[in-house]
Write a protein that binds this ligand. Sequence first.
Ligand code: CU
Length: 175
Amino acid sequence: MLTSTQKRAAATATAIVLLTATPALALGPFVRTDGVLRDLAPGSASPFDGARARVQIVESGNGASHAVLTVKGIGAAAEGQTFGAHLHEGPCIAGDGAAAGPHYNSHVHSGAPKEVSDRTEFWLDFTVADGTGTGTTTVPFVPESGSRSVVVHALPTNPANGGAGDRLACLTVAW
Ligand SMILES: [Cu+2]
């Protein structure tokens, strides 16, 4: 015969196993960073000069991940405009847009035939309202760790090829 204390302990253990096994359980953020955006187009005024950004990427279970980009302090000239933003392979180095490399693409990492889309890349386009913009996306993969960056571009992302014009600013995203 189990005592009531033993029964409670057994029930608690079962509950812990069930919680741990639940695939939809959020696994928490694996990168959360913020700072002043670095200028990738020095010499020309940009509405992102002096703006700050925050990036969080969370593994959401089932091999998916969810990312949020928030940019604040954007210049008034950009009010109402939409800007492309993506997770790029390489680091964010002021004045050196090429250092960020291409978009992080899950097919390139897995060796699958390359497909450029919002399912294989983190596209975080945002529209500016009151000097602030927020871009979010959920993708069916978890990116490999590295010294990466989020790059803000001059134009909205072209869904046909992922292009978004000049690279204006970036933030280091490393984990
Ligand atoms: Cu980009």
